[in-house]
Design a binder for this molecule. Sequence first.
Ligand SMILES: [Zn+2]
Length: 127
Amino acid sequence: MTQRIISAPIVTPETEHFWQAAQQGRFLLRRCTACHETHWYPRAICPFCLGDTVWQEHPGAGTIYSWTVMRREAAPFAMGYVALDDGPTMLADFTGIEFDRLKIGMRVKLAWSDTVNGAKMPSFTGG
Ligand SMILES: [Zn+2]
């Protein structure tokens, strides 16, 4: 089976710490110090109330909110939105799950996929 090629992440000053932690297998989100909401993707300013934010590690478990299978590349792959437990909803690939097993509400857990430059990209596998 052909391996899916994942582009390297675009690292910015706001996300640099996230990608460094990802290399160590740590999944970090930003949490607001004012309204206490977490959000995705990492931002220095809270998108809900414009408060300051801090890094917080998340266990990476959640449920599938929606999914689709992309078949236009040489290696078909599944992606979709995952509603993180006590956290935001994020778009990511699904890996290691047979396409016909994917369903809304399915429990998933964080996995790390390799990108072309060796950086780790968050993805989700069966939980
Ligand atoms: Zn806030």
